[in-house]
Design a protein around this ligand. Structure first.
Ligand code: BEZ
Length: 357
């Protein structure tokens, strides 16, 4: 009898006819830690922050964010914002391999490159959107420059330095696994990897055949050598802006994100645990993430409900009516998405909210 295999259903809703991706322009700037490349989509909108993305290890801005930012429903959001997609040094398409002995920047230094980008573009504030190492970098940037960060979407953030147990496990894995398998284990859940779907095969292929694999190893090492962000609820060292934490319910970083949520200000933080999304929700569930991002922006006062689709408008009402009690741009709830049913129950400020899609 044929074996039944679990198949991951991916949301796909590409651009509609007539919807064309906006023109992109790639720039490089020199910083005290070397050159950094970034790609700008759209034009600056008066009185609006730029959306600035930072990708995870093993990826670049396209392989990390294209499926989300080119998702059909995302267009009505991003047309209101200019986007700056940063490629970590040596990760941009066609990047030459760094010479042997090259000192790759630490994650803290990568965060310190961001002011050079913003100065070059003459942008004063951002909404950061980061995954994994990118989420850490944007958080570090926000801790150092709180006045320039209006909001943060952090997927799979691990704010802690590796402890000695993690190091021991990492060293052991390194003895038996290749670099690309270790990075895949960081990006995807074990279930996804053993399922070896076409999607996983695509990313396995991208990483294992990357012409800049040596550069990727340097970014990987910087990630593994990260310092503790030392975020403490109620201390000076905490994120001051609205934060949307996102993690897949089977993702390798689930525990770390849960712990991070416990350290952030609950009145400023939404926590979205996504069902059926594996390790990279922005790749596997762009529709759900787009909708959550819309709510997040709306909570910050940026997406008037008149800009939203009829479906989103009616579903969002239950969320925003609760959010508006405590004022305009500050949110005071934790939002957690988990089940498979099709309704959005309403919530009250300061309480955990289950959002089901
Ligand atoms: C954007 O429109 O921001 C975008 C387009 C393609 C890839 C990544 C981002």
């Amino acid at each position: 009898m044929a074996e039944l295999q679990e198949v991951q259903i991916m949301e796909e809703k590409p651009l509609l006819p007539g919807q064309t991706p906006e023109a992109a322009k790639t720039h490089s700037v020199e910083t005290p830690y070397g050159s950094v490349t970034f790609t700008v989509y759209g034009t600056p909108k008066p009185k609006r922050p730029a959306i600035l993305t930072y990708h995870d290890v093993g990826l670049n801005y396209k392989s990390c964010f294209q499926p989300l930012f080119q998702f059909g429903d995302m267009q009505e959001i991003i047309q209101n914002f200019v986007r700056v997609h940063v490629d970590a040094p040596g990760m941009q398409e066609g990047a030459p391999v760094f010479p042997l002995g090259y000192q790759y920047p630490s994650l803290d230094q990568l965060a310190d490159m961001i002011p050079c980008i913003l100065q070059y573009l003459n942008f004063s504030t951002i909404i950061g959107f980061g995954v994994g190492a990118g989420a850490y970098i944007l958080s570090r940037y926000a801790l150092n420059h709180p006045d320039t960060v209006e909001g943060l979407v952090l997927i799979n953030i691990d704010p802690n330095a590796k402890g000695w147990m993690d190091w021991a496990a990492h060293k052991l894995t390194g003895l038996t696994s290749s670099l690309s398998e270790m990075i895949l284990g960081h990006l995807f859940s074990q279930e996804e990897l053993s399922g070896n779907s076409e999607f996983i095969q695509k990313y396995r292929n991208i990483i294992s055949h990357a012409p800049n694999l040596e550069n990727i190893e340097l970014y990987w090492n910087s990630y593994n050598n990260r310092r503790d962000l030392n975020i403490e609820r109620g201390s000076d060292n905490t994120l001051k802006c609205p934060v949307m934490l996102v993690v897949g319910d089977q993702a390798p970083h689930e525990e770390a994100v849960v712990e991070c949520n416990s350290k952030l200000d609950p009145t400023q933080t939404s926590f979205l645990k996504m069902a059926d999304s594996g390790g990279q929700p922005q790749l596997t569930q762009p529709g759900k993430l787009t909708e959550a991002f819309k709510y997040f922006l709306q909570g910050m006062g940026y997406m008037a409900s008149s800009c939203m689709t009829r479906l989103s408008r009616s579903r969002t009402a239950s969320l925003t009516s609760a959010a508006s009690i405590d004022g305009n741009r500050s949110r005071s709830r934790t939002m957690s998405q988990s089940s498979e049913s099709g309704t959005l129950p309403s919530g009250t400020p300061g309480h955990t909210m289950e959002v089901s899609c």
